[in-house]
Ligand binder design. Structure first.
Ligand code: GLV
Ligand code: MN
Ligand code: MN
Ligand code: MN
Length: 414
């Protein structure tokens, strides 16, 4: 029997093997995107696993989240809430989000088996649809639970022309309840804690066991629509063209250079450029670009739209095109609770684990929980920092410390 620090890992291994059966064979990796048949099947299985783990009152709430409770000594005490998500991106990995949900089930069972009873209820959540979807919105279930999924969000349309509200309805959710359901009030939970893989390389490179998350990057997304001129690919002379695809490609480079020039952590990623046509003998007269930018630097983040307006329209003009940009805020920069940072650091030290404070470039359900409770996040290493790919990996055995010299460093506050 394999053990980790003397504790059997069999139960966790069984859960990982179980969830890995629910994948979409059309893609490499462990693909289980929101709204897919594999996700639907996994959610039924997961609901059963919540019950098997001994949680009580297991249910799927109005927002699509699976919820269960380990009762505490005082049933009216505010709960401690732990969890994450089990959907993945296309060609995703086995750990992103999943570690937090399977870990939460293990925590509940360990507490129960130990015979101790917490003063407070422990609530476990598997949030619905955390990953960015074709509607360009992350964290559907946690956003809805926090009361910030809007009627306007339901009208978001995927590149295939489907409404988010319709996708939710087809999945068995009632979109009108998702935007008007009963939301926990600010302060109604004692704390929200999420365990997650780092998805970056600080812990792996330094050999630290634990990342105490200090801040989570804000995300802004944009859709750029370029208007040029359709023309004959053989006849139109190079100097007279208004090629909308080249204007979009040049803008993608401008976005890249903009983030490279930032003094602090900032990233920009163009994920789609589409000429909206199939013919290979037509100069593209229209195109669409989709991109996102993230940062934990509030000055840089706050000025993105203003700073990019001129740069992007100049790139369009170089190719004789006009540009219309639509911006979406996915989430603001979010800070974790200073007391929870201290608590995670102290718990790590008492378990003989090294830790360091890290920011998160990935977004998380935890961002949306800050309106309900003090929020903290615990990161574990990702080998080579890889994530959102099949190679994503976190070993069960802890790192042997290489140069994690920050045991004494305090996590950063706001
Ligand atoms: C989800 O993983 C995100 O960070 O977009
Ligand atoms: Mn995740
Ligand atoms: Mn993810
Ligand atoms: Mn994420």
């Amino acid at each position: 029997m394999e053990t980790l620090d003397g504790i059997s890992t069999g139960r966790i291994d069984r859960l990982f093997a179980g969830i890995e059966a629910f994948v979409d064979p059309a893609f490499d990796g462990w693909t289980r995107t929101v709204f897919s048949p594999s996700y639907r099947a996994e959610r039924s299985w997961m609901t059963e696993e919540f019950i098997l783990a001994g949680l009580e009152g297991v249910r799927v709430d109005d927002f699509g989240n699976i919820v269960g409770i380990l009762p505490g000594r005082y049933s009216d005490a505010k709960p401690i809430v732990i969890g994450s998500h089990t959907d993945t991106v296309e060609r995703g990995g086995r750990f992103d989000g999943i570690v937090g949900v399977l870990g939460a089930l293990e925590v509940a069972q360990r507490i129960k088996e130990s015979g101790s009873v917490l003063n407070r209820p422990l609530m476990v959540i598997d949030f619905f649809g955390e990953e960015a979807n074709p509607f360009g919105l992350t964290c559907l279930g946690s956003r809805a639970l926090a009361g910030s999924l809007t009627v306007t969000d339901l009208e978001r349309v995927s590149p295939e022309g489907k409404r988010l509200g319709d996708a939710m309805q087809s999945f068995g959710l009632d979109p009108s309840r998702a935007v008007s359901g009963k939301h926990p009030a600010q302060g109604s939970w004692h704390a929200y804690l999420e365990l997650h893989i780092e998805q970056s390389s600080t812990l792996d490179q330094t050999g630290c066991n634990i990342g105490v998350v200090s801040a989570i990057a804000g995300i802004k997304r944009l859709v750029g629509r370029y208007m040029g001129q359709y023309d004959h690919a053989g006849g139109a002379r190079m100097k007279t063209r208004k090629d909308a695809l080249l204007a979009a490609a040049s803008s993608a480079l401008a976005l890249h250079e903009f983030a490279c020039g930032s003094p602090e952590y900032a990233v920009a990623t163009t994920t789609h450029i589409d000429s909206l046509q199939l013919a290979q003998n037509v100069v593209p007269g229209r195109s669409e670009l989709r991109a996102e930018l993230r940062s934990t630097d509030s000055a840089w983040f706050g000025a993105i739209e203003k700073d990019l307006a001129l740069r992007l329209s100049m790139r369009a003009a170089e190719f004789g095109c006009e540009l219309d940009v639509e911006w979406f805020l996915d989430n603001e920069i979010t800070h974790t609770d200073a007391t929870l940072q201290e608590t995670i650091a102290a718990a790590s030290t008492s378990l003989g684990l090294t830790w360091t404070a890290v920011p998160s470039g990935a977004t998380h359900d935890s961002v949306h929980m800050t309106g309900i409770a003090p929020m903290g996040m615990i990161f574990i290493p990702s080998i080579d920092g890889r994530s959102h790919c099949p190679e994503e990996f976190t070993p069960k055995k802890r790192h042997t410390q290489r140069h994690c010299g920050t045991r004494k460093k305090r996590p950063s506050g706001r």
